[in-house]
Write a protein that binds this ligand. Structure first.
Ligand code: PLP
Length: 479
């Protein structure tokens, strides 16, 4: 009987049995082929759910930038819209208009000078698609200018720091753009503006400063870059512009540092992208890109449709895409308002700064950069003097914290300072002061345990021998 039940073709009446008494629970989950027959919803649900059961709870995932908490009504609203394809605009015209309202709100948060009722922008699946669209528009504008001037247009380049997120490497690969990189160094923990200008020439499609650098949490100085580019353009006759990758900062700066000029108030900033699913406080995937004016969005990248009296501009790489995120974003704008966003981002930033003070006070650690954190991202490293005699590395600390359920990534910095290993915590909505205290206690406990080691750990030995330090998981910088 038991043998017969193990036969994958045996059917014994799953519908009447308790889920864990069913035949399916005795069998391996499909890996290569679709199962021959069907099973009940309950069993299929349980099997799929259980495959992810042992994972970190999303709210303990302090590696991700992406939203891991939304309130009940937001979740309900998004679940109710789960079967809506955004691209079916004729069927769901009000969602297309709602999307355009979100673009307007983003554009105004970034101080757009555009006077058209509907601002030039696009919905994206995340910052990656939004960056691609911003970069592509810059490439097309540059090409059009070169063509018109009768000059060659086959060697475009783009300038940014080595703190770039992988999407920019993809962009340059996909569209054959040379990537010109300014190294991050200990003296220049953000984009070195002078060095960036030196890399610009008549073929530069744009410079891409980042607000909320994935590796460091810091902001490139866009105002200084804009002033330097203004001088450079005046002297050379070139028209090198700026696309800002504000994946994180796009939703932090308007609320926490509204007087800081980093956005469309600056002359050469022609487009900005962000992630609605990061500090926009919406579950993935959602991104936004906005152009300073419609004239900066090449006509062949977009088409315009008229819905319910609203002229809606469509731009995108993907065709079908979920609509639920738009409802989620619009809900958050209404639910929180400016004041509410400010409160949430303020708490996240204060908790990150609190972590900074607590962790940096520990004997073993120091912050990556000795500055007041501009974003709710805290990056720290082992003090070189402590590292000299320690028998462990931050990778070991990452493993220890994972045992308590925390996902806190350790990773090596980019080329030039790659010997520096750091650790990073993203403080997001859903990570309270109380949770921060629990994390600090777990870090302290883990450090005490690691300090008792008599022999060096494998990662410490690898570090000593200059061998590649393998992290067990993906690269948390998105590279
Ligand atoms: C600066 C920056 N740009 C782009 C991205 C890509 O964002 P997304 O995951 O929304 O595609 C990230 C992701 O962390 C990022 O930090």
């Amino acid at each position: 009987m038991l043998d017969q039940k193990l036969d994958p073709n045996y059917r014994g009446g799953d519908a009447k049995t308790d889920v864990f008494g069913s035949d399916a629970m005795l069998q391996a989950a499909p890996v290569e082929k679709i199962p021959a027959g069907s099973t009940t919803e309950q069993i299929a649900y349980q099997m799929v759910k259980d495959e992810t059961f042992a994972q970190t709870q999303p709210r303990l995932n302090l590696a991700t930038f992406v939203t891991t908490y939304m309130d009940e009504y937001a979740t309900k609203l998004m679940n109710e819209a789960i079967n809506i394809n955004y691209v079916d605009e004729t069927e769901y015209p009000r969602i297309a208009v709602m999307c355009q309202k979100c673009i307007n709100i983003m554009a105004n948060l970034w101080n757009t000078p555009e006077t058209n009722k509907w601002k030039a922008g696009a919905l994206a699946i995340g910052s990656s698609e939004a960056c691609m669209l911003g970069g592509l528009a810059a490439l097309k504008r540059w090409k059009a200018r070169r063509k018109q001037a009768g000059k060659p247009y086959d060697k475009p380049n783009l300038v940014m720091s080595t703190g770039y997120q992988v999407v920019w490497e993809k962009f340059c690969n996909f569209w054959d753009v040379e990537m010109r990189l300014v190294p991050l160094t200990t003296e220049h923990p953000t984009l070195d503006v002078e060095a960036a200008i030196k890399l610009c020439n008549e073929n530069t499609i744009c410079v891409v400063p980042i607000q909320g650098v994935t590796w460091t949490g810091l902001n490139d100085d866009v105002e200084a870059l804009d002033a330097a580019l203004d001088k450079y353009n005046a002297a050379t006759g070139n028209e090198v512009c700026i696309h800002i990758d504000a994946a994180t900062g796009g939703f932090i700066l308007p609320f926490l540092d509204p007087d800081k000029k980093w956005d469309f108030r600056l002359k050469w900033v022609l487009s900005i992208s962000t992630s609605g699913h990061k500090f926009g406080l919406v579950y993935p995937g959602l991104g936004w890109v906005v152009w300073k004016d419609k004239k900066y969005l090449p006509e062949d990248m977009s088409f315009t449709v008229d819905y319910l009296g609203a002229e809606v501009t469509q731009v995108g790489l993907n065709y079908s895409r979920p609509a639920a995120q738009i409802l989620g974003q619009y809900y958050q704008f209404i639910r929180l308002g400016f004041e509410g966003y400010k409160n949430v981002q303020y708490n996240s930033l204060m908790i990150a700064r609190y972590l900074d003070r607590q962790v940096s006070a520990m004997e073993a650690f120091e912050p990556y950069a000795p500055v007041e954190l501009p974003n709710p991202i805290f990056v720290w490293r082992m003090k070189p003097s402590f590292q000299a005699t320690a028998k462990w590395t931050l990778y070991d600390l990452q493993d220890k914290l994972a045992q308590k359920g925390w996902m806190v990534p350790a990773y090596a910095m980019p080329a030039n300072i790659e010997q520096m290993v750091v650790m990073r915590v993203l403080c997001k909505q859903g990570f309270s002061r109380d949770m921060a205290d629990m994390l600090i206690a777990d870090i302290q406990f883990a450090v005490n345990e690691l300090n008792k080691l008599e022999y060096p750990t494998p990662t410490r030995i690898a570090m000593e021998k200059n061998l590649p330090l393998k992290t067990k998981s993906f690269n948390h910088t998105g590279k």
